[in-house]
Design a protein around this ligand. Sequence first.
Ligand code: NAP
Length: 285
Amino acid sequence: MIKGTTKLLGIVGYPVEHSMSPIMHNAAIAHLGVDYVYVPFPVAPDQLASAYRGFQAIGVQGFNLTIPHKQAIIPLLDNVSKLATAVGAVNTVWYSDKGWSGTNTDVAGFLAPLKDLNFPNWHEKIAVILGNGGASRAVVAGCAELGMAEIHIVGRNPQKLEEFRQSWLHSPLPIKVNVHNWQELNPLIKQADLLVNTTPVGMSPHIDRSPVDAENFEGLKSGAIAYDLIYTPRPTRFLQLAKNQGAVAIDGLEMLIQQGAAALEIWLQQPIPISVMRQSLIIDN
Ligand code: NAP
């Protein structure tokens, strides 16, 4: 129940109408019985700075950021974690006596289902990551945290690819990325132990599309992990094709849930009922 004492959390995006974060956060808040509410804040790109000042004025306790604000928020914050600096994106912000602080929980969200697999010897494994946008940066940081032997990025825009590669050269994290165009995909797939789709190709409503066609999937090692950051549909065509090759398939829903749980833990400073958050989305789907 919202009362005079209820504290505000939320998600800042544009658009934000389709976000599933309010559903899962409010489910956890209700389960814990804490005096918070989590709401969507639709904020246009040119309004971020004034919204941010307004958040301080009305005592917002913390917020998530989604497209297009994850980079734009960084220069406004008082403190940015080393991880978020390396990724170049902040998705979680909180207020304390040190002012506004930001970090990136997408990396922890991405890693959670991989850690559950107990896959051996990450330091000998090769990652092939499709796409070089914002989510790809969290995936690269996650692969580096796993200590993976090689990280390969496949992209379609040579200039953006080169900028992406260079952006990691002076990273506070020990990361070296190799960049490739899509014509190089076939030999790369044969080496991949972890193949991650960070492009929106195959996302609803274009559910018959896949960034990797059936022919290219033939080279995928049996037992490799195919991970699609997309969570609608479940599974994507990319994951269906990978499963046909004997791959272990992971979709993006668990990453979404786990990044949210990590943010809520920062705000509430108590253990989060992740199963309640998961259940709220699975029922809602
Ligand atoms: P983004 O910054 O726009 O990056 C998208 C990347 O995909 C870019 O490198 C883009 O290439 C590439 N791309 C787009 N269309 C393509 C196509 N037709 N063929 C080849 N490459 C294409 O987006 P993002 O924020 O990284 O999000 C990417 C996906 O991850 C979305 O589906 C999003 O829903 C999902 N996601 C999921 C989670 C989760 O929690 N599960 C979290 C974040 C994101 P160019 O740069 O050349 O345009």
